[in-house]
Ligand binder design. Sequence first.
Ligand code: FE2
Length: 401
Amino acid sequence: MTETISHSPDKSIDDVSFDQLRQLVGLVDYDESRDPFPVKSMDAVVFVVGNATQTALFYQVAFGMEQIAYSGPETGNRDHKSYVLKSGSARFVITGGVRPDSALLDHHRAHGDGVTDLALEVTDVDKCIEWARKQGATVLDEPHDVSDEHGTVRIAAIAAYGQTRHTLIDRSRYTGVYLPGYQPRKGAYRKPEGAPKRVFQAVDHCVGNVELGKMDYWVEFYNRVMGFVNMAEFIGDDIATDYSALMSKVVANGNHRVKFPLNEPAVAARKSQIDEYLEFYGGPGVQHIALATNDILATVDHMRAAGIEFLETPDSYYDDPELRARIGNVRVPIEELKRRKILVDRDEDGYLLQIFTKPTGDRPTVFFEMIERHGSLGFGKGNFKALFEAIEREQDRRGNL
Ligand SMILES: [Fe+2]
């Protein structure tokens, strides 16, 4: 098989092999030569937060990430601090405004901690932008070169839902640690003895919440503007509970390396979890980032010990004979999953193990999913009802149901 993902020249982020990725995130073969907007991989998930210094430490302690680079007043950037963290092939950039007049502080006032940019590594920035513009996309940042002593990146950006953007980066001529303007800088945090080498290895998918009636608009946007294909589709009863409902469709680039599920609220008896998000984020935005791990038991044990709270799953979920029959044999005894509240789903291709954190910031908006795939290319459709009932119990405790 020929490699359809090429890797960043930056070896520090290049330490998950193509075969590992294939298993971790569920890659498929495709013909890149027919792709009008070829995407190589997720480049970075960029967060704007209220306190980047503390948040960067949070992801090192609780998510086992490693700080690799920094930009801030000490490096000549007077406006904000940005910490670059990595875990396997995943890269997070955590940014917060420093000067009182920083535009980032206005963004944070409006949205709270959240994801501003799902940056994508592409082979040809100009080709992608030319195509996207022709298809009606809003170009936020025209293609341009940025250089330092480590080479040149070609960079541009297009608008996505809400205040979210997709920066497009060609880093094939660049050997620096992240981008020009960033300096290599490790964090002062040292992992305790016996901590796992990594808590996760890759970004699996990034989910967007959009307004009622806008899901198909954005599915069509990704189809038309970025050449993404439609994956599994969940509508109506699949993810409806008595009080809350949502609709979801999934788009992905050709080889499924980049997967963007899109949710909209569905009409139900009580307020949907998507409505709650839209209210507290102040509009559409990224709802959750799913992180792929090859050992979800160790992942959950590490994160729980660090204080991360996960959604509860009722014991009845594990004792349900129908569920046991449906999931069949998985790599660990069900009791081990039950102890950790890890969910299981199976489809025609295999199975997956998954678990969801509670929102990690102050607002009931952004959260994380940890996912271990064994052949399944799905998103846990069979778990949605069990899961959403658990989410609603949380929503009720916040008085927002
Ligand atoms: Fe997910």
